[in-house]
Design a protein around this ligand. Structure first.
Ligand code: FMN
Length: 180
């Protein structure tokens, strides 16, 4: 039995790729966040939840938030995967929007994922298109980083996934796994 579980929820594949890389690097078991129960995770020492970012929320994070009390004594980590550049203000925003309730003290990490308007569902594309149209009317200097990135890469297909983006999370999990 492995000691670490990586759970992921991915709509377009970038988070899935990161979750697979994490599981390889940490010799962890990998689960998609579907019909998972806390009892399935009973034997693990550490649980990493990885989810794509949609309107600032990490997909699948409610599984961890709702079940934190049923996972006592386990080290919990969250990875958000979005299209914004991995700047400190993006990571701060990620924590502000997701480190709530039972997850207030959990360690949060961020890795840049992918962006492809053509691959989005019609509803997602319509939502993002409305946002893009309002943002591009504004002065670029006044836009927050995530908004500037959206305007800049709007119609370009981008894949920023890179194993190196996972090093801060991997190093933290390994450090926490050392005997005290
Ligand atoms: C409707 C929608 C909302 C999004 N909101 C955000 C966001 O708030 N912050 C961000 O950095 N990226 C955002 N993105 C970009 C996705 O997080 C990015 O494409 C990521 O790679 C998705 O993960 P996945 O490929 O695992 O589904 C959004 C994308 C869509 C389609």
């Amino acid at each position: 039995m492995k000691r670490i579980a990586v759970i992921y929820q991915s709509k377009h594949g970038a988070t899935k790729r990161y979750a697979q890389w994490l599981a390889e690097a940490l010799d962890a078991d990998l689960y998609e966040n579907k019909r998972l129960k806390p009892r399935d995770l009973a034997a693990y020492e550490a649980i990493i939840l990885a989810g794509g970012l949609f309107a600032t929320g990490i997909k699948g994070i409610s599984f961890l938030r709702d079940n934190a009390a049923a996972l006592p004594g386990k080290r919990l980590y969250c990875l958000g995967v979005g299209a914004s550049p991995a700047e400190p203000e993006v990571v701060e925003e990620l924590k502000k929007n997701n480190a709530k309730g039972a997850l207030a003290d959990v360690a949060f990490f961020y890795a840049r994922g992918a962006w492809d308007v053509q691959a989005m569902t019609p509803i997602d594309r319509a939502m993002c298109s409305m946002l893009y149209k309002s943002l591009r009317k504004k002065e670029p200097r006044e836009l927050p980083l995530w908004a500037k990135a959206l305007v800049d890469c709007w119609d370009q297909k981008n894949d920023w996934t890179d194993r190196a983006n996972l090093m801060p999370l991997i190093n933290r999990v390994l450090k926490d796994s050392q005997p005290q």
